[in-house]
Design a binder for this molecule. Structure first.
Ligand SMILES: NC(=O)c1ccc[n+]([C@@H]2O[C@H](COP(=O)([O-])OP(=O)(O)OC[C@H]3O[C@@H](n4cnc5c(N)ncnc54)[C@H](OP(=O)(O)O)[C@@H]3O)[C@@H](O)[C@H]2O)c1
Length: 264
C-alpha cells in the first residue's frame, strides 16, 4: 500500500479546505488532490474555485465540489456544514483568514470584528461540527492556522495577532480532548508567506516564503506534532523568537511590524 493510500485510509476519502482560492489553502488543495482526496473547496470567489477544481479534476481522478461562502457570516458557515453533511469528510483544513495593520484605535472597527468572525468564530463553529462527526467515526484530522504573530502581543496588528493567539490556544486545548477518539489536530504557525495575505493586510513583507510545500510538511506532521512551523524561514524566526521572554518577542515584532507598515 502506498503512503498516499495509507494516509487516505487514515482520514477517509473526502477533505474540506476553506480559503481554497489562494495562498496556503490553495497549496493544501493541490497537495490533497495529489494524495488522491476528493475535495470540497470553500471561499468567496466561486469562479476561482471552479477554475482550480476543473484543473485538478483533469489531472487527478478525484471528485471536487465548490461552495461559495463568506465564512465571516454565520449563515454561510452553517450552509457549509449543511451542504457537506452527506459526504464522508475525514479531514478539514481551515485556512480562510485575513489580517489587518495599523494603530488599532484608528482602523475600522467593523473590519476588525469581521476578522474575529472569520479567523475565530467560523473556525470554532466548523471545528465543533466536524470534530463531533470525527469522534463518532473514530477517525479524523483537523488543520488550524495560528501564526508566528500568535505567541505574543504585536503592535500595529494587535487584533490580528490576538485572533491567532486564540486559534493557537484553542488548537492546543482541543487537540488533547480529541486524541483519545483517534482524531488528530495540528496548528500551523507560519512566518511571512507570499500570498494574497500581505495585500489585504496592507503590509509590505521583506523576505517571505512561498506557500508551496507548507501543506506537505503539515500533513506529514498531523498526528505527530501540536504545532508546525512550516519551512526554513518560519523555523528560523519561530525558534529564534522562542528563546526570548514574551515581552522581548513583542519588542522585536513591534519593530518589524512598524517597518512592514511603513511607520518608522
Ligand atoms: N501569509 C502569511 O504571511 C501568513 C502568516 C501566518 C499565518 N497565516 C494564516 O494562514 C491562513 C491562510 O492565509 P494565506 O496567506 O493563504 O492568505 P490568502 O492568500 O489571502 O488566502 C486567504 C484565503 O481565505 C479566503 N477568505 C478570505 N476571507 C474569507 C471569507 N470572509 N470567507 C471565506 N473565505 C475567505 C480567501 O478567499 P476569497 O477571497 O475567495 O474568499 C483565500 O482563499 C490565514 O489564516 C492566515 O491568517 C498567513
Amino acid at each position: 500500500m502506498s503512503n498516499n493510500e495509507k494516509f487516505r485510509n487514515k482520514y477517509g476519502r473526502w477533505a474540506l479546505v476553506t480559503g481554497a482560492s489562494d495562498g496556503i489553502g490553495k497549496d493544501f488543495v493541490c497537495e490533497l488532490a495529489r494524495r488522491g482526496f476528493n475535495l470540497v473547496l470553500v471561499a468567496r470567489r466561486k469562479s476561482i474555485l471552479e477554475e482550480i477544481g476543473s484543473k485538478l479534476r483533469k489531472e487527478n481522478s478525484i471528485e471536487i465540489q465548490v461552495i461559495e461562502a463568506d465564512l465571516s457570516d454565520s449563515n454561510d458557515t452553517k450552509k457549509v456544514i449543511l451542504n457537506t453533511k452527506n459526504l464522508d469528510i475525514g479531514l478539514i483544513v481551515l485556512a480562510a483568514g485575513f489580517g489587518t495593520s495599523g494603530e488599532f484605535i484608528s482602523i475600522s472597527i467593523e473590519n476588525e470584528l469581521n476578522m474575529i468572525d472569520l479567523n475565530c468564530r467560523a473556525v470554532v463553529e466548523l471545528t465543533h461540527s466536524f470534530a463531533n462527526k470525527f469522534k463518532q467515526n473514530k477517525k479524523g484530522g483537523i488543520v488550524l492556522f495560528g501564526s508566528i504573530l500568535g505567541f505574543q502581543g504585536v503592535a500595529r496588528t494587535a487584533n490580528y495577532a490576538a485572533t491567532k493567539a486564540f486559534v493557537q490556544s484553542f488548537a492546543e486545548g482541543i487537540r488533547s480532548e480529541l486524541k483519545p477518539f483517534n482524531v488528530n489536530l495540528v496548528s500551523v504557525a507560519p512566518g511571512p508567506v507570499n500570498s494574497g495575505f500581505a495585500g489585504r493586510a496592507n503590509m509590505q513583507m521583506g523576505s517571505a516564503q512561498s506557500p508551496e510545500g507548507i501543506a506537505n510538511e503539515t500533513l506529514n506532521a498531523l498526528g505527530k506534532k501540536t504545532t508546525v512551523r512550516p519551512g526554513f524561514l518560519s523555523k528560523l524566526l519561530g525558534y529564534s523568537l522562542s528563546t526570548l521572554p514574551r515581552f522581548g518577542r513583542s519588542i522585536i515584532l513591534n519593530k518589524i511590524m512598524s517597518e512592514m507598515t511603513g511607520k518608522k
